[in-house]
Design a protein around this ligand. Structure first.
Ligand code: ATP
Ligand code: MG
Length: 332
């Protein structure tokens, strides 16, 4: 079976529809066909400044949500990044083969740091994609299921893997991105040209899996739509309506053409009302299951400890091989 690794940041009280449709539903599907490693990337979550109490809580909430959307700990390896110290250790080595200029070209860093200003931006945020490369390479992953926003980071991972292999000898698998085209980028409900994001979207632009259903319905009904009143799929000229159609199609399994035909002659209001119902019915069972996992934190922590042990069994030998190739003296 081909190997897969992917991660998600515990940077919010809930994941959003973009996370689910762009990445997580693929994580679930790939359990059947791939050897899957999934982690809650808490090391990445401290790159933008954070509250320790919230981080611990959100790490558990993240794990609970992953189980609630369908990850099965019998089938996949689910763990918390900081439980496997090899991530930080390989991250350092990868930092030392990454060019400063190369890292400076990452657009996500440019966007996030521009918002904060240089003095508030951590060096950790700058090297984030390098740590992400380490996350992936530790497991010799063949594929990485992510949203479109991660394509450039994946490209860096591939470059670093090849560079290491050429310089120090064949060590890493060069991974390929696995991006579901149709839902690679879910956009913000209020700003339909920007991606829906845990850290950048305003509350009204974001549909969270764990938020109150009545609030979700309200947000969808007040989503920004486009001029005109025809319901057509046209991402360039009608990004708002197109985003709603994308979400609708993905959650129901209906095709965009089918939806466009069904709403022919009807208004945006009808579309939003029906979509609100679809989303609410989708999140309800996820919320129930998430709460059930959170009701027993000791059991959840135990499950994550088992996952970390399975992950370490792969990560530790990779790091040993890397240390050996780069010439670190083995401890006597
Ligand atoms: P942050 O704003 O803190 O970076 P995020 O919303 O981008 O949060 P991440 O934890 O960084 O979420 O990403 C988790 C996964 O979700 C990644 O695979 C990413 O590609 C995917 N993803 C994030 N936002 C979207 C989106 N709007 N559409 C599709 N996929 C997305
Ligand atoms: Mg992100």
């Amino acid at each position: 079976r081909p190997r897969v690794l992917s991660g998600i940041q515990p940077t919010a009280d809930s994941f959003h529809l973009g996370n689910y449709l762009g990445a997580l539903r693929n994580w679930v599907a790939m359990q059947e066909t791939h050897d899957t490693f999934y982690c809650v990337v808490d090391l990445h979550a401290i790159t933008m400044g954070h509250d320790p109490v919230l981080l611990r809580k959100r790490t558990r909430v993240s794990a609970a949500q992953l189980l609630a959307v369908g990850l099965d700990p019998e089938q996949c390896t689910l763990f918390v990044q900081s439980h496997v110290p090899e991530h930080a250790q390989l991250g350092w080595v990868m930092n030392c083969i990454t060019g400063f200029g190369e890292a400076s070209r990452m657009t996500q860093f440019k966007d996030k740091s521009a918002k904060q200003g240089a003095d508030r931006t951590s060096v950790g945020l700058f090297t984030y994609p390098v740590l992400q490369a380490a996350d992936i390479l530790l497991y010799h992953a063949d594929a990485v299921p992510v949203g479109e926003d991660q394509r450039q980071h994946l490209e860096l991972t591939r470059d670093l893997a090849q560079r290491f292999n050429t310089t120090f000898g064949q060590t890493f698998t060069v991974p390929a991105p696995f991006i579901i085209k149709d839902t690679a980028k879910i956009t913000d409900l209020q700003e339909p040209t920007a991606k829906m994001s845990k850290s950048a979207s305003t509350a009204n632009g974001l549909v969270e899996l764990l938020e109150e259903p009545a609030r979700i319905a309200k947000k969808i009904k007040s989503a920004v739509t486009d001029t005109g009143r025809e319901i057509v799929f046209d991402q360039a000229n009608k990004p708002g309506v197109s985003n709603l159609l994308t979400i609708y199609a993905a959650l129901t399994g209906r095709s965009i053409e089918d939806l466009v035909a069904a709403y022919d002659g009807r208004g945006y209001g009808d579309l939003k009302k029906d979509l609100a119902e679809v989303v609410v019915e989708f999140v309800k069972p996820i919320q129930q299951r998430t709460n059930a996992y959170l009701d027993d934190p000791a059991q959840l922590d135990k499950l994550l400890a088992v996952g970390a042990e399975k992950a370490r069994a792969v990560a530790a030998p990779t790091l040993r091989a890397v240390y050996d190739r780069i010439g670190f003296l083995a401890p006597g």
